[in-house]
Design a protein around this ligand. Structure first.
Ligand SMILES: Cc1ncc(COP(=O)(O)O)c(C=O)c1O
Length: 432
């Protein structure tokens, strides 16, 4: 009997990875797999063996792996905070190192939002509003703002002052030529209506992924959506929490995805690609006004974790973000993303199965109009893996290309050629 409790007890055990080498994973069976998923969940943005990151971690390990950040000062965290703020939306000037996972960042942002409302005398503001078909993480608060069929069994144990409004997905809703401006206004009105229904004096914050992510598959917001949401939040004293665990820190071609939408939230959550799979770390980016309210109210942040500001994670994250926070890298991400989308559109745009390619930067998803979409996805993924040693993401109605930022165009072109060929040949024998 194996001693691990398997997440998928009915599935065969996955293969063992012998080592990670740049963009490749070497497996026990001798295969060398090109990973176009960045570590399955899009975290390994600099591949698996970036020398600068590994050296920074070794240097940190020679000093210490972790010290408690409330007891001792770690100057590396201040350096990292300064870097994270250097390209943050105007007005954001504080970083709270909350923990290690993206879920903890969502949890911490919700806690900070609540405490700020509480400390400024708005104790009745206990409701959070989120959107349908969103994913925000696995802890109970993060799960409560998530809307995911698999989590339905949690009803009754998750916090209950949570409301959902319809998702904002112009790729699906306006596919038939519907008016996108009217749809965007309607999407914004959903929030206002929900705030009024709950009583504006009772609402703490609105939580949303800047770009619909891993559940819906990389759908950017329509122009003006987040600005409209910001106005509604301001009108009713509701905080805006943006989840950039998946789409932030360079993925979109900007350090913060919401820069593309011209909006400054109250809290931005980052994780996942902060330490980029080298070591876990997550953070909430906010502003000094929140700190001042808390300082003058409770006098301390009422939240904490043993490993918040994990020192080895900070060393890894600083080295990763120094690579990411450069014009050269961000321009490369934006250009390669556009190249992926344009190549797929030009080669598959007229194919009867092709629905759309959408995303920002190096998060690109391809969805289809064909029967048995989930099986089609799995078939593409399996063939890419078994016949070409290439790993791509496949979920329900789509496949996704979420490569590491260090992919170059030649390698990407090889992946695209194989993907396009596999798409066409699979479609040939598919029931229509
Ligand atoms: C948008 C979004 N938010 C939050 C999370 C949770 O992050 P973690 O799995 O690190 O807890 C994820 C994870 O995939 C995510 O995609």
């Amino acid at each position: 009997m194996r001693h691990q409790l398997n997440k998928f007890p009915h599935q065969p055990l996955p293969l063992e990875v012998v080592c990670g080498d740049g963009l490749y994973l070497e497996l026990e069976n001798g295969k060398r797999v090109l990973d176009v998923t960045s570590g399955t969940t899009s975290n390994a943005v600099l591949g698996f063996s970036h020398p600068k990151v590994l050296n920074a971690m070794r240097a940190q390990m020679d000093k210490f792996c972790h010290v408690d950040i409330n007891q001792w000062q770690n100057p590396m965290l201040e350096e990292l905070a300064e870097l994270l703020l250097s390209q943050a939306p105007r007005g954001l000037d504080k970083v709270y190192f909350c923990g290690n996972s993206g879920s903890e960042a969502i949890e911490a942002a919700m806690r900070l939002a609540h405490q700020t409302q509480y400390d400024r005398g708005e104790q009745k503001r206990q409701w959070f509003i989120a959107r349908e078909q969103s994913y925000h993480g696995a802890t109970l608060h993060a799960a409560s703002v998530t809307d995911f069929p698999l989590f339905e069994y949690l009803q009754g144990v998750t916090p209950d002052k949570i409301a959902h409004i319809p998702q904002h997905n112009s790729a699906d809703h306006c596919a038939g030529g519907e008016d996108i401006t009217a749809y965007t206004q309607q999407s914004i009105r959903y929030l206002e209506d929900k705030i009024l229904e709950l009583g504006s004096e009772n609402v703490c914050a609105f939580v949303g992924e800047t770009m619909l992510g891993s559940l819906v598959g990389d759908v950017p917001p329509a122009t003006g959506y987040w600005q409209g949401i910001r106005e509604v939040c301001d009108r009713y004293g509701v905080f805006l929490i943006l989840d950039e665990v998946y789409c932030g820190l360079g993925r979109s071609g900007q350090v913060y995805c919401c820069e593309l939408d011209g909006v400054t939230p109250d809290f931005v959550c980052v994780g996942k690609n902060l330490g980029a799979g080298y070591a876990p770390l997550s953070a909430v980016i906010t502003d000094v006004a929140k700190e001042t309210v808390i300082a003058n109210g409770s006098g301390r942040v009422m939240h904490g974790h043993t490993y918040q500001g994990y020192a080895l994670g900070a060393a890894a994250a600083l080295a990763v973000q120094q690579e990411v926070h450069t014009t050269e890298m961000l321009d490369h991400i934006a250009a390669l993303g556009k190249h992926i989308a344009a190549s797929l559109q030009s080669e598959l745009g007229d194919h009867p199965f092709f629905r759309n390619v959408r995303g920002r930067g190096l998060l690109q998803s391809i969805s289809y109009d064909c029967p048995k979409q989930a099986e089609f996805s799995v078939s593409l993924q399996r063939q890419m893996f078994e016949n070409h040693d290439i790993l791509i993401n496949a979920k329900w109605h789509r496949t996704s290309l979420t490569p590491a930022y260090i992919f170059d165009q030649d390698i990407m072109d090889r992946v695209l050629d194989i993907y396009i060929e596999t798409f066409k040949s699979t479609a040939q024998g598919w029931p229509s």
